[in-house]
Design a protein around this ligand. Structure first.
Ligand code: NAX
Length: 359
C-alpha cells in the first residue's frame, strides 16, 4: 500500500478550509487511492471551531484519511508535511487601508516561513536531502519499499496571494523557489466556465486559456491560444465565439470581477470553487497536466515573456514529474502586452509595499 502524504491546510477553520479538507480526504487532490494525513492549522480564537472540523472529519469516515492533526501550533502543524496549502490570512475589513492588510499578512507569512524553516522535522524516510534542512517534502513510493523525494509543494491561497507567496519564498530560502506557488487556478477555471457558458458547450471541452499576472482585478484572462473540442476537431475560441468585442471587454471584466460578484450574491467570498481549484492546482502539479494542455499557476518569474524577474506572476505552465515549466513561445499581441505589463506593474508595487511593511 502507498505511504500516506501529509497535507497541511492553514486557516482550516475558515470557509475555504471547510470546503477543502473533505476534498483532500476524499482523494480529489492527490487521487482516490492515495492515503493522506491532514494537518490543520488555525489561530487560537478559532481553535474550538477547528476541533469541530476535526470531529466532522472523523465522523465522515473517509477511507483514505489516515490521520488528522488539528492545532494552533505552527511547528506541530508543519512537522513532516509534504504538501502545504496556505489559506490562513488576515482578511480586509471595512475601513482598512491596503497597507494595513498587507502589513498583517506579510508578518503572518514571514513568521510561517521562518517557523517552517527552523522547526519542521525532516522526513525520516529521506536520507540524502534531510541534511540540507529542507522541511516540506513530497515522498513517492515506488514499488514496495523504495522512496525518492520530489521536494516540497506549497501553494498560497490567502490574499494578496502572489505577494504572500513571495514573502514565504524570501523567508524560507532553503525551500527551492520552484516549490512555492500561488493560486490563480480559480481564475483560470472561471475563464473556462465563462467560455463554456457562452458557447453552451461542456467546460471539459475548453482548454488553454491563460491567466497572466496578479490574482487581483488587474489579472489578464487571455483566450488568444484557447481552443474548444468540437465534433470537427479542435477550434480556436476566437473563431467559435466570433465576437471580439465581448472577448476583449465583458469576458475579461467578468473573470476579473467574479470574486466580487460571488460576495455580492452569497455575502461570503468564493469557497467551494476556491477549494476545488486548489485541488486542481496541486493535482496537476504533482500528477502532471494532460498532453497538449496547460494550466495557470502563480510562479516565480524567470523573465519569460519579459515579465520582471523576482515577482510571483501567473503564467501558463505544464507539469511533469512534479515540476512545472512555463509554456514558451506564445505570441503576445499589443493588446495583451499592455495587460501583461499593467498587472506586472501592480505586482511590483505590491512588492515594494510588502517590503516597506517588513522594515
Ligand atoms: P476565512 O476568513 O473564512 O478563513 C480564514 C481562516 O484563516 C480563519 O479561520 C482564520 O482564523 C485563519 N487564520 C488567520 N490568521 C491565521 C494564521 N496566522 N495562521 C493560520 N490561520 C490563520 O477566509 P476564507 O474565505 O477561507 O479565505 C481565505 C483566504 O483566501 C483569504 O485571504 C481570501 O482572500 C483568499 N482567497 C483567495 C482566492 C484565490 O483564488 N487565490 C480565492 C478565494 C479567496 O478569496
Amino acid at each position: 500500500s502507498k505511504e500516506a502524504i501529509r497535507v497541511l491546510v492553514t486557516g482550516a477553520a475558515g470557509q475555504i478550509g471547510y470546503a477543502l479538507v473533505p476534498m483532500v480526504a476524499r482523494g480529489i487532490m492527490l487521487g482516490p487511492d492515495q492515503p493522506v494525513i491532514l494537518h490543520m492549522l488555525d489561530i487560537p480564537p478559532a481553535a474550538e471551531a477547528l476541533n469541530g472540523v476535526k470531529m466532522e472529519l472523523v465522523d465522515a469516515a473517509f477511507p483514505i484519511l489516515k490521520g488528522v492533526v488539528a492545532t494552533t501550533d505552527v511547528v506541530e502543524a508543519c512537522t513532516g508535511v509534504n504538501v502545504a496549502v496556505m489559506v490562513g490570512g488576515f482578511p480586509r475589513k471595512e475601513g482598512m487601508e491596503r497597507k494595513d492588510v498587507m502589513s498583517k499578512n506579510v508578518s503572518i507569512y514571514k513568521a510561517q516561513a521562518s517557523a517552517l524553516e527552523k522547526h519542521a522535522a525532516p522526513n525520516c524516510k529521506v536520507t540524502t536531502h534531510q541534511l540540507h534542512g529542507f522541511l516540506l517534502r513530497f515522498i513517492c513510493l515506488i514499488g514496495s519499499n523504495s522512496y525518492f523525494a520530489i521536494r516540497s509543494q506549497v501553494v498560497v491561497v490567502a490574499n494578496p496571494a502572489n505577494t504572500n507567496a513571495l514573502i514565504l519564498k524570501e523567508y524560507a530560502p532553503s525551500i527551492p523557489e520552484k516549490n512555492i506557488t500561488c493560486l490563480t487556478r480559480l481564475d483560470h477555471n472561471r475563464a473556462l466556465g465563462q467560455i463554456s457558458e457562452r458557447l453552451k458547450l461542456q467546460v471539459s471541452d475548453v482548454k488553454n486559456v491563460i491567466i497572466w499576472g496578479n490574482h487581483s482585478s488587474t489579472q489578464y484572462p487571455d483566450v488568444n491560444h484557447a481552443t474548444v473540442k468540437t465534433s470537427s476537431g479542435e477550434k480556436p475560441v476566437r473563431q467559435l465565439v466570433a465576437d471580439d468585442t465581448w472577448l476583449n471587454s465583458e469576458f475579461i471584466t467578468t473573470v476579473q470581477q467574479r470574486g466580487a460578484a460571488i460576495i455580492k450574491a452569497r455575502k461570503f467570498s468564493s469557497a467551494l470553487s476556491a477549494a476545488s481549484s486548489a485541488c486542481d492546482h496541486i493535482r496537476n502539479w504533482v500528477l502532471g497536466t494532460p498532453e497538449g494542455t496547460w494550466v495557470s499557476m502563480g510562479v516565480y518569474s524567470d523573465g519569460s515573456y519579459n515579465v520582471p524577474k523576482g515577482l510571483i506572476y501567473s503564467f501558463p505552465v505544464t507539469c511533469k514529474n512534479g515540476e512545472w515549466s512555463i509554456v514558451q513561445g506564445l505570441s503576445i499581441d499589443e493588446f495583451s502586452r499592455k495587460k501583461l505589463d499593467l498587472t506586472a506593474q501592480e505586482l511590483s508595487e505590491e512588492k515594494t509595499l510588502a517590503y516597506s511593511c517588513l522594515s
